[in-house]
Ligand binder design. Structure first.
Ligand SMILES: NC(=O)c1ccc[n+]([C@@H]2O[C@H](COP(=O)([O-])OP(=O)(O)OC[C@H]3O[C@@H](n4cnc5c(N)ncnc54)[C@H](OP(=O)(O)O)[C@@H]3O)[C@@H](O)[C@H]2O)c1
Length: 324
């Protein structure tokens, strides 16, 4: 495993992060694994040198944080792992149970700490931009969490680049903590982030930790010619809405061709492509079968030539903004 600084911060993370949206409570989504089936993934990830784990309060409505927290307490030392979680999405029916108000951030962080069973979160991320809260209110609340020690670093997730730039600007103007990372939607079938967000992150020294690096399994071929081949491909409605055009299938086909030529799996090629993009710190991979973890780590060794990169990128056509 390789370890790398998260942007310009001093925090070192593994170059592969494990996303834990797949672990928690199958009542939330059909493709989610229950706790006893989830724990071996966290144990195996640690064995492979993965130290960077991403979750969110909303995944399985809190159960993902609980499953991750219990497994890490059993299998790892707290100071050897980096726990990232998120706030923003609705966690209750009240008017203040969602968003980035000072009140919800303060309540949500306490709930996440409790579910994770830890006294600090290494990377606390805002899951989306909140147009209904003043940026200064959000940035001040996040800064206070850092000062309190509840949170060590802050990060952001999918939003428009101008919104992210404004948030960083407000932090700078008021001497508040800046975001060290951007968790965005970036993979071979969604590359719109190359226009604005990625150059912004590179120039500002913000680490980039893309979500759904395999397009929720699409780039690994879990849906082919419209036919679903796995539980997730059958039941992941969001994936079906995001990735379905002829152009998307052309990219999927090209990934399979390059993988066959290099004698590796399509998943390795798609992950390796991301690892070759300037400014990308660590893709956040999902794994529903244990060998997926080996593949993710094997991607670190796949070297793509400029010709390979051109071949993989050539069938892509611009998309509308997706996943924000
Ligand atoms: N910030 C956000 O808004 C946001 C949004 C989405 C996700 N995330 C984060 O990103 C993490 C990863 O998301 P994701 O699960 O969508 O990522 P992904 O890596 O794009 O997709 C994971 C899926 O790909 C398939 N797969 C993985 N490795 C494979 C391999 N070696 N061979 C064949 N198939 C393979 C599996 O599909 P099958 O199960 O069909 O086999 C698996 O469920 C989440 O856990 C979460 O932490 C964040």
């Amino acid at each position: 495993m390789d370890y790398i600084r998260l942007g310009q911060s001093g925090l070192k993370v593994s170059r592969i992060a494990l996303g834990t949206m797949t672990y928690g409570d199958p009542a939330w989504r059909d493709w989610v694994l229950p706790e006893e089936q989830s724990r071996p993934f966290i144990a195996r990830a640690l064995e492979l040198g993965i130290t960077f784990f991403d979750t969110a309060d909303m995944y399985s409505l809190g159960a993902s944080e609980e499953v991750l927290g219990r497994a890490l307490r059993d299998y790892a030392r707290r100071d050897q792992v980096v726990i990232a979680t998120k706030v923003f999405n609705r966690m209750g029916s009240g008017p203040n149970d969602a968003g980035l108000s000072r009140g919800h951030i303060m309540d949500a962080v306490q709930a996440s700490l409790k579910r994770l069973g830890t006294d600090h979160i290494d990377l606390y991320q805002i899951h989306r931009f909140d147009p209904e809260t003043p940026i200064l209110e959000t940035m001040t609340a996040l800064h206070d969490l850092v000062r309190m020690g509840a949170v060590r670093y802050i990060g952001a997730s999918s939003m428009l680049a101008y919104q992210f730039a404004r948030m960083q600007h407000v932090a700078d103007l008021h001497g508040l903590t800046r975001f060290v990372s951007m968790q965005n939607h970036y993979n071979l079938v969604y590359r719109e982030e190359e226009r604005e967000m990625l150059p912004l992150c590179r120039e500002e020294g913000v680490g980039v930790i893309p979500w759904s690096p395999l397009a929720r399994g699409f780039l690994a071929g879990n849906r082919q010619a419209g036919e679903a081949r796995t539980t997730r491909a059958h039941s992941d409605r969001f994936a079906q809405a995001l990735y379905h055009t002829e152009d998307d299938y052309a990219v999927q086909q090209r990934v399979a061709e390059v993988a066959a030529r290099l004698d590796v799996t399509p998943a390795q090629v798609a992950t390796a492509w991301l690892l070759h993009q300037p400014g990308v710190t660590a893709p956040i991979v999902g794994a529903s079968k244990l060998p997926h973890l080996e593949d993710a780590v094997a991607a670190l060794k796949v070297r793509l030539t400029p010709e390979d990169l051109r071949a993989l990128e050539e069938p892509y056509r611009p998309h509308p903004v997706l996943g924000i």
